[in-house]
Design a protein around this ligand. Structure first.
Ligand code: NAP
Length: 198
């Protein structure tokens, strides 16, 4: 079982979202995300779920984190409610499937700093260094998760760059990582990007 977290954060301030959306629009980066999670089980917070077009990702089982057991899902056959990490751990124990953590900020923090067993072995760290689109209100930031990344993970790839997004793959120090998962992710990031050492 491999747990992967993938995010795209804004350079310098670690903003990942605002007003229930993402304050930039880079289609090549979105495509990388959809390619990485294709056919995989994805876990996300209720707010991120509500931000998805059609509240779905075609072909992906989605586990929606919410404290509300009665929350209405758009696709009860493919999606399910999960109310916390204990439930997620039990579900993973049942079939050992891989899990892809897709945000938002509350959910990245939960997995990066939460139960040892559920910490991602792989993090796909995409950093957008363009301008933010204007937004009002508070932004969702992942500063705490990035601090954990920098302390407890090791970068194992060069930078894959396209459209003002630089992506790298990190693995958790001292952790066994399933090579087939890693290779599949790297192959996706290599597509249509320039590889830079630094
Ligand atoms: N740039 C990126 O890579 C990226 C990726 C994903 C999302 N985003 C953006 O991030 C923003 C959303 O992030 P967010 O942090 O505000 O919200 P979020 O993490 O998507 O969702 C938060 C909700 O998840 C549920 N939840 C979280 N932890 C839980 C726990 N331990 N147990 C049970 N339920 C739990 C709660 O739902 P209930 O209130 O229903 O209980 C909570 O209100 C959006 O703007 C989105 O577009 C960006």
């Amino acid at each position: 079982m491999t747990i992967v977290a993938m995010w795209c954060r804004h350079n310098g301030d670690d903003i990942i979202g605002a007003n229930g959306g993402i304050p930039w629009n880079v289609s090549s980066d979105s495509q990388h995300f959809y390619d990485v999670v294709a056919g995989q089980t994805v876990v996300m917070g209720r707010k991120t779920y509500e931000s998805l077009p059609g509240q779905t990702i075609a072909g992906c089982p989605i586990w929606v984190l919410t404290a509300n057991r009665a929350y209405e899902l758009t696709d009860a056959a493919m999606h399910r409610i999960v109310t916390g990490q204990r439930e997620i751990a039990n579900l993973l124990d049942e079939d050992g499937r891989d899990l892809y953590i897709a945000g938002g900020a509350a959910v990245y923090a939960l997995f990066m700093t939460g139960k040892e067993k559920l910490k991602p072995q792989i993090v796909v760290d995409c950093v957008y260094y363009g301008e933010l689109t204007e937004y009002g209100g508070a932004a969702a930031k992942i500063t705490d998760s990035v601090a954990v990344l920098q302390k407890s993970y090791r970068r194992i790839t060069p930078f894959y760059e396209a459209d003002k997004v630089r992506s790298t793959v990190w693995i958790r120090k001292g952790e066994f990582v399933e090579q087939s998962v890693l290779k599949r992710i790297v192959k996706i990031l290599e597509r249509d990007t320039t590889v830079c050492a630094e």
